[in-house]
Design a protein around this ligand. Structure first.
Ligand code: GTP
Ligand code: SPV
Ligand code: MN
Length: 581
C-alpha cells in the first residue's frame, strides 16, 4: 500500500494492470526527486543541458515533431447526454470512449516506469483548491508538473483527508497522431489522454482538470473556472486593484500578467497572481474572489525579450525547461524575437543559419518555470482566499474592427461581449493560423460542457449580486499596412489605467452601440509616440462593419439551438437596434 486512500490505491492498481509498467513510482514532490528525474532525462536524451553558466539549471526538450501543440480535433467531452457537451465540443459516448481507450492503453507502459503524481490545483490550504492524481509514463510530464503545480506528499495528504480527486491517466503511447486522444469524463471526474506528451494535452492538471473538468464542477457548484490571468495593479496612491482577463491562447495573458509599467508611469507597480487560469468564487457580499490554481507558467517563448517584457525575460534565465526552441553557438536557447546570440540549430536540432527562411524556434515553443521565478510574483498567489476582482476583461487578436478598449453597459451586456469574442487563431493549437474564429470567453477549447449552459450560468450571477466586476473588452492587435497600431506590452497599462478609473467612477466615457469607449483625452499618452490618426482609428466604432460582425455572431449563436438562453439573444438584439439607429 502506497496510500491510505483505498479508492486511489484501487484505481492505481487497475491502471497498472491495464498498462503493465515494469515499475511504479509515487512522486513526493521533493527537490531531490526533481533532480533525479532531470538527471535521468539528461541521460536518456529527453533533456539537453543548455549553457549552465549563463542559463543555470536550464534545459532543452525537443518534442516529437508531430506533437507540438494542443489538438482540439482529438479532444473530447464524454458525457452520457450528447447535448451536455454541446456543439462547442467533440463528443463520444462514455462507454464507447472507454472501450477505445482501454485498447490503446493496454500494455502501453510495458518496460516503462509509471509515475503517480498527486497534485493540488490552488494553495494547499485553500477551500477553493481541488486535487487530482495524474498517472503518466513521461518523466517530462513529471518535471513539468513539479514546476507548475503543488505536487507530492502534501497533495497526497489532502487527498487522503478529503477523499476526492480527479483521476488523470496519461501515456505518450506511440506518439502517432492517429492514435492520439484527449478525453474527459466530467461525470466521472476522469481524464484519459494518450499519444501526446505536449502541454495541455499531457499536463493534465492544467487545461484538462483546471478548465474542462473544473468548469463542469463550477456549473454544478455555482462558481467559475476560466481561462484568465489575474494581475495586481498598484497606483501611485498605493491603492491596489485586481483584474482578471481572458484572452485566447497566445494572445497576451502571460505578458499582461507580468507587465512592466512604462517610464512615465512612476510609482505604479504590477504583480502577477496568475497567467492562464482563474477560479472565481462569490462571497456573501456578491464580490468575486479569484485564485490561480497553478503554481508555474507554461509560457510562449517567441517574442519575449528585455524590451517587450523584462520580467518574462528574466523569469526564464534560470531553472527553466525550454521546449522546442533553437540553440546558439554558445549553447544558449534562441527564438524569434531574441535580441542577442547567433542561432546555429533550429527546434528540430537541424543546422540553422539566420539567413534561413524558416522559423528557428517553433512558433508554439514554450518555457516551463515555477511562478516564483517571476520578479513580479505576488505572495497573494498563495493566499487561500484569493484576491477580490474589480474588473473582468475579454479580448482577442483582431487586426480589424475591435477597438483598443470598450466597457460593457452592465453585467448582462458583458456576458454578450464575452460570448461574442472572436480572435485570429495562433500556433498554440494545431490547424490554420490567422483565421478569425469565435472563441467565447477564450474558452472555446476549454469549456467542459455546452456553451449554451455556460452562458446561462454567467447570466445567473447578475441576479445574485450588486457587486459584480465591471466587464471590458480590449484588442492590442489592430493593424494597418505598417503593422500594429498600438505598441502593446508595457504600454497596455495605459488602458488598464482607464479601466481602473472607470471602476472608481472617476471619469466619463462615450456611449456607443457596442459599449462605452474612452474619450481620447482620457487615455494617458504622455511619453508615448502614437499618431493622432492611429489613436482615432483605435477608438472609432464603424456601425456598418459592426452590423456585419453582429450578424456573424448571431449565426454562431444559432448553432446552439433551443438551449441558447433568450437573454443572450435579447442582449444581441439591443446592440443591433442601437447600431441601426
Ligand atoms: P497561452 O499561454 O497560449 O494561453 O498564451 P498567452 O495568452 O499567455 O499569450 P502570451 O502573453 O504568451 O503572448 C503570446 C504572443 O503574443 C507572444 O509572442 C507575445 O510576444 C505576443 N504579445 C503579447 N502581448 C502583446 C501585445 O500587447 N502586443 C503585441 N503586438 N504582441 C503581444
Ligand atoms: C494554451 O494553449 O492556452 C496554453 C498552452 O496555455 S497549453 O498548456 O498547451 O494549453
Ligand atoms: Mn492558455
Amino acid at each position: 500500500m502506497n496510500t491510505k486512500n483505498k479508492e486511489l490505491q484501487t484505481w492505481v492498481d487497475e491502471v497498472a494492470t491495464l498498462t503493465n509498467p515494469s515499475e511504479i513510482y509515487w512522486c513526493d514532490g521533493s527537490n531531490q526527486e526533481f533532480q533525479n528525474i532531470t538527471a535521468q532525462m539528461l541521460e536518456s536524451g529527453d533533456l539537453l543541458k543548455l549553457n549552465q553558466e549563463t542559463f543555470p539549471n536550464c534545459y532543452l526538450h525537443r518534442s516529437d515533431q508531430r506533437d507540438v501543440a494542443r489538438v482540439e480535433h482529438l479532444t473530447f467531452i464524454c458525457t452520457s447526454d450528447r447535448d451536455d457537451a454541446g456543439p462547442n465540443n467533440n463528443w463520444m459516448e462514455p462507454d464507447e470512449a472507454h472501450r477505445k481507450l482501454d485498447e490503446l492503453f493496454r500494455n502501453c507502459m510495458s518496460g516503462k516506469t509509471m509515475y503517480i503524481i498527486p497534485y493540488c490545483m490552488g494553495p494547499i490550504d485553500s477551500v477553493y483548491s481541488r486535487c487530482g492524481v495524474e498517472v503518466t509514463d513521461s518523466p517530462y510530464v513529471v518535471a513539468n508538473m513539479f514546476l507548475m503545480t503543488r505536487m507530492g506528499t502534501k497533495a497526497l495528504e489532502r487527498i487522503e483527508a478529503e477523499n476526492q480527486f480527479v483521476k488523470g491517466m496519461h501515456s505518450i503511447g506511440d506518439l502517432n497522431p492517429d492514435r492520439r486522444f484527449i478525453m474527459h469524463f466530467p461525470e466521472e471526474l476522469t481524464i484519459r489522454s494518450i499519444g501526446s506528451g505536449y502541454g495541455g494535452n499531457a499536463l493534465l492538471g492544467k487545461k484538462c482538470h483546471a478548465l474542462r473538468i473544473a468548469s463542469w464542477q463550477a456549473l454544478k457548484e455555482n462558481w467559475l473556472a476560466e481561462h484568465m490571468l489575474i494581475v495586481e495593479i498598484e497606483n501611485p496612491q498605493q491603492e491596489k486593484f485586481y483584474i482578471a482577463a481572458a484572452f485566447p491562447s497566445a494572445c497576451g495573458k502571460t505578458n499582461l500578467a507580468m507587465l512592466i509599467p512604462p517610464d512615465t508611469f512612476k510609482g505604479w507597480k504590477v504583480r502577477t497572481i496568475g497567467d492562464d487560469i482563474a477560479w472565481l468564487h462569490m462571497d456573501e457580499d456578491g464580490r468575486f474572489w479569484a485564485i490561480n490554481p497553478e503554481a508555474g507558467y507554461f509560457g510562449v517563448v517567441p517574442g519575449t525579450n528585455q524590451e517587450t517584457n523584462k520580467n518574462a525575460y528574466e523569469t526564464l534565465q534560470s531553472n527553466a525547461i525550454y521546449t522546442n526552441v533553437g540553440i546558439t553557438d554558445t549553447n544558449e536557447p534562441w527564438w524569434e524575437g531574441k535580441l542577442e546570440g547567433k542561432p546555429i540549430k533550429d527546434w528540430k536540432g537541424d543546422d540553422y543559419s539566420s539567413t534561413d527562411n524558416h522559423n528557428c524556434a517553433h512558433p508554439n515553443s514554450r518555457f516551463t518555470v515555477s511562478a516564483k521565478n517571476n520578479p513580479g510574483y505576488s505572495d497573494l498567489a498563495d493566499s487561500p482566499s484569493g484576491v477580490p476582482i474589480c474588473a473582468i476583461i475579454f479580448g482577442g487578436r483582431r487586426s480589424e474592427l475591435a477597438p483598443l478598449v470598450y466597457e460593457a453597459k452592465d453585467w448582462n451586456h458583458g456576458v454578450l461581449v464575452g460570448a461574442s469574442v472572436g480572435s485570429e487563431t495562433t500556433a498554440a493549437a494545431s490547424g490554420d493560423i490567422g483565421v478569425v474564429r469565435r472563441d467565447p470567453m477564450a474558452m472555446k477549447p476549454f469549456c467542459g460542457y455546452n456553451f449554451a449552459d455556460y452562458w446561462r450560468h454567467w447570466f445567473a450571477f447578475s441576479k445574485q449580486s450588486n457587486n459584480l466586476p465591471k466587464i471590458f473588452h480590449v484588442n492590442w492587435f489592430r493593424k494597418n499596412d505598417q503593422g500594429f497600431l498600438w505598441p502593446g506590452f508595457g504600454e497596455n497599462l495605459r488602458v488598464l489605467d482607464w479601466i481602473i478609473q472607470r471602476c472608481q467612477n472617476k471619469i466619463d466615457a462615450k456611449e456607443t452601440p457596442i459599449g462605452y469607449v474612452p474619450m481620447k483625452e482620457d487615455i494617458n499618452t504622455s511619453g508615448l509616440n502614437i499618431s493622432d490618426e492611429n489613436l482615432n482609428a483605435l477608438l472609432t466604432i464603424e456601425p456598418d462593419q459592426w452590423l456585419i460582425e453582429m450578424n456573424a455572431i448571431k449565426e454562431y449563436f444559432n448553432e446552439f439551438g433551443k438551449r441558447l438562453p433568450n437573454q443572450l439573444l435579447n442582449e444581441h438584439a439591443k446592440v443591433v437596434d442601437s447600431l441601426n439607429k
